[in-house]
Structure formats: C-alpha cells, structure tokens
Unconditional design. Structure first.
Length: 208
C-alpha cells in the first residue's frame, strides 16, 4: 500500500470534553479525511462500541478511521487501521491480525527507532514529541526539528510529526521532512468551533 497522508491528521481526545460523535462530525466538517480515535481509559467493549458508532458516521463520507493502540478493536469494528506505540502489539503481529489492506501506523521517538521501524510492515511512521507536549503522561524526550530531519533521512515511509505542534510550527515541521502533522491540543483550543479550527489548520498546511 502506498499511503497518501493528509497534511493534518487529527487525533481525538476525551479531554476535550465533547461527545466523540460530535467531535468526529466537526472534524469531518472541517475537512478531516483520516481520524485517529485515541481513548486510553475505556475498556475494550466501550472502545469497540465507540469505534462502531464513529464508522457509521465516517463511512458514508469517505473518512478513514484509525484506532489508537488496539489492533483487536480495530479488527472487530472494521476500522481502517491501527496506530501502535512502542509497547503495543508488534507491527508484524498486527499485520497478521488486520491483513494486507489495513493501515498500520507506528510511533517512534528517536532516529534509531525510526530506522528500525522502516523495515517493519507499517504504512506510516510517527516521530515525536517534536516539541513539549501536555497531552501524554510521561512523554519521551523532545526531539526538535532536528529529530524530524533525522527520521526523514532513515525512512522512505510517510512520516507524521507529533507533539506540541501548532500553527506557528507547521511550516517548519513540514520543511524538516514531515508529510503530515498529528494534532491534538492545537485543534481543540476553541472547543466551540472545532470545524473552523480544523479547516483553518488544513488550509494552512496545504498552502505550504
């Protein structure tokens, strides 16, 4: 699979305080075509039910859904793929579970991990945190723009930069070699206009 990433890759967060379906509706209204469902608190059944409900919204509009961490839930719900962390199911095993058509993303936090991940059966790599982030407990060390450049040098896979990125850094991060930026906090600073915020950030990223 040759994956074409959209320049802005939104990740949902329960911390936004908005119902998940409403959040996904607004992200799609703002132009999102690839959405990651991230919920590290819910149990497997609750997450499965949530992803199934999300897919009923996204499928008619052509938006793809990636489940954070849980390959089993992604498979059972029929999601488009999974995003795995370093401590999650190995990408080789996830590919065996999900099949050849699924999208598998994989988090890396330094150039050594990115180089190793380039040889795994994944469709894109994430690299970060690029900047300081508050959306993750016990985050890995900040890698800066140089870390993005280093990761770009060791992989030909689509590269997603993540961690503390907002509109002020999108241009620099893309120039460093990222194909896309994954956003959480930057999207939800205006919780009453998530669609407008998504559209504005997408327009900015597309015109770089």
């Amino acid at each position: 699979m040759s994956l074409q990433l959209p320049p802005v890759y939104p990740i949902t967060s329960p911390a936004v305080g908005r119902p998940l379906l409403s959040l996904v509706e607004e992200l799609m209204a703002g132009g999102a075509t690839l959405i990651q469902i991230r919920d590290k608190q819910s149990d497997a059944k609750a997450l499965y039910d949530a992803v199934c409900a999300v897919l009923k919204l996204t499928r008619p509009r052509g938006a793809r859904v990636i489940v954070n961490d849980r390959a089993d839930v992604a498979k059972a719900a029929g999601a488009d793929g999974v995003h795995l962390g370093q401590d999650d199911l190995d990408p080789v095993a996830a590919r065996a579970v999900l099949g050849p058509a699924a999208i598998i993303g994989y988090s890396t936090h330094n150039v050594e991990q990115a180089a190793a991940a380039d040889r795994l059966p994944t469709d894109y790599l994430a690299i970060g945190p690029v900047f300081e982030t508050r959306t993750k407990d016990n985050p890995d060390p900040v890698i800066g723009l140089e870390g993005v450049r280093a990761a770009r040098a060791v992989t030909t896979k689509p590269l997603v930069a993540i961690g503390g990125i907002d509109e002020r850094q999108i241009a620099d991060v893309r120039a460093a070699g990222a194909d896309a930026v994954a956003l959480i906090s930057a999207l939800y600073i205006a919780p009453d206009d998530i669609a407008g915020r998504m559209a504005a950030l997408l327009a900015l990223a597309r015109h770089l």
